[in-house]
Write a protein that binds this ligand. Structure first.
Ligand SMILES: [Fe+2]
Length: 201
């Protein structure tokens, strides 16, 4: 009887604790970048210069005025694979918090030397980069940069980048959305910052 009980116990233990049990399906390695609203000022009137250098407009004699921002990152799939050849498009306000859009009636000058929109194509490793300015805020929203990611002719993501330590972020912090959309402004030197924003499709 003891032997039978022992064998039964062993059987039960084997059934419920066997390491040979079916392994759980591995989940995605990364978290998808959340979408955010497009906003009312997606550039319908295009500037002639739409490259990834927003500080220097082709044909203009001088660069835009404001704090420089080196914005870089990588576009990857949920499994961490780089997405090469994707187009990241950004549009944003200048340091005065204005869009290059007649529909934006907020006060302040526009800077003819600033390229308010730009595009970058990702490399083989999924990386992209922009030279731009730290955007100014406009109440009641926190400072942000709008972006879209195109793969082929398809818009795969429309969202926004927020800045955790922007000087104007505190007054509007309650409007900030997702931590996954928020980056730090890292000082490079006086008047120059960098930020890294990775995108997962
Ligand atoms: Fe906006």
């Amino acid at each position: 009887m003891r032997t039978v009980l022992f064998v039964l116990t062993l059987l039960v233990w084997t059934c419920f604790s066997s390491p040979a049990a079916e392994p759980l399906q591995a989940g995605p390695a990364l978290t998808r970048t959340p979408p955010d609203q497009e906003g009312p000022f997606y550039p319908v009137v295009r500037q002639h210069d739409e490259d990834n250098d927003l500080v220097n407009v082709a044909g203009r004699p001088q660069p835009a005025a404001g704090n420089i921002l080196h914005l870089t990152g990588r576009v990857r799939t949920l499994d961490g694979e780089p997405v090469a050849g994707a187009v990241v498009e950004i549009w944003q306000t200048d340091p005065h918090g204005r869009y290059n859009d007649e529909r934006d009636g907020s006060p302040g000058p526009r800077d003819p030397n600033f390229q308010y929109q730009g595009k970058a194509t990702t490399g083989e490793d999924g990386s992209y980069s922009f030279l731009t300015l730290v955007p100014g805020g406009y109440l009641p929203r926190p400072p942000h940069i709008h972006f879209k990611v195109f793969v082929g002719n398809t818009v795969r993501l429309t969202s926004q980048i927020y800045f955790r330590n922007h000087p104007q972020a505190g007054e509007t912090a309650r409007f900030r959305t997702d931590e996954l959309l928020t980056v730090d402004l890292q000082s490079v030197q006086p008047g120059e910052f960098k930020a890294v924003f990775d995108i997962v499709l």
